[in-house]
Design a protein around this ligand. Sequence first.
Ligand code: 13P
Length: 253
Amino acid sequence: MRIPMIAGNWKMNTTVAEAVALVEEMRPGLDQIDNVDKVICPPFVSLAVVKELLKGSSVKLGAQNLYFEEKGAYTGEISPLMLAELCDYVIIGHSERRQYFNETVELADKKVKAALKVGLKPILCVGETIKENESGRTEEVLSRQLSLTSKQAYHTGLVLAYEPIWAIGTGKSATGEQANQTIGFIRRHISQQCGQETAQAVRILYGGSVTADNIAEFIKQPEIDGALVGGASLKAGDFLSIVKQTSSFKRGK
Ligand code: 13P
């Protein structure tokens, strides 16, 4: 049984004061829901204060990126060791990082390995552009993005997020069936690479314009284990509703 997960990627939003206010607003409701793994990923500068606010809470903390070196002369970067003190999870290879910061499959894999080494669980993002989708290259692109991910990584708690780039921040989500089909492909691909047991154990989330109004469509799909939520994770009521609906549906199953 894969435990469902809802993770909020706050991206480059919220000052420290705003992050504190948002966590204080959402924590009580989130703490009442127990059969979903709940993760919030605020900006780096708010991690320490949010960690304090989440003491005794079942809500887990994640970062949005890291650098793969342990320490040294890498001005402006944040190391796995620094994050290991603060977080449980770290988002790696988000399409915005691949797109705006030229992150490659190789770099994402170095980051995955560095995260696992210090006990951080990567949330590795994969997804195709609209052009790749329309030219029938989705499976090829996803296979390449997953080509370096090892069986050991899947077994050490790595979570995958399938985020079609054309659905991110556009208000145009994939349909539940589309997302289920592609995530089904990802699971078959992992099965071929690493075996059926690994493929069945790994959690694969959907991300891209998930809201309180459409989460049900995704969560009812058998291959989809939860969601990586952007915009809607910045509104306490919406995020809580997404987690609640996930809990009720998966509990009812
Ligand atoms: P939106 O939910 O705002 O489309 O963002 C999705 C996303 O990129 C989560 O990582």
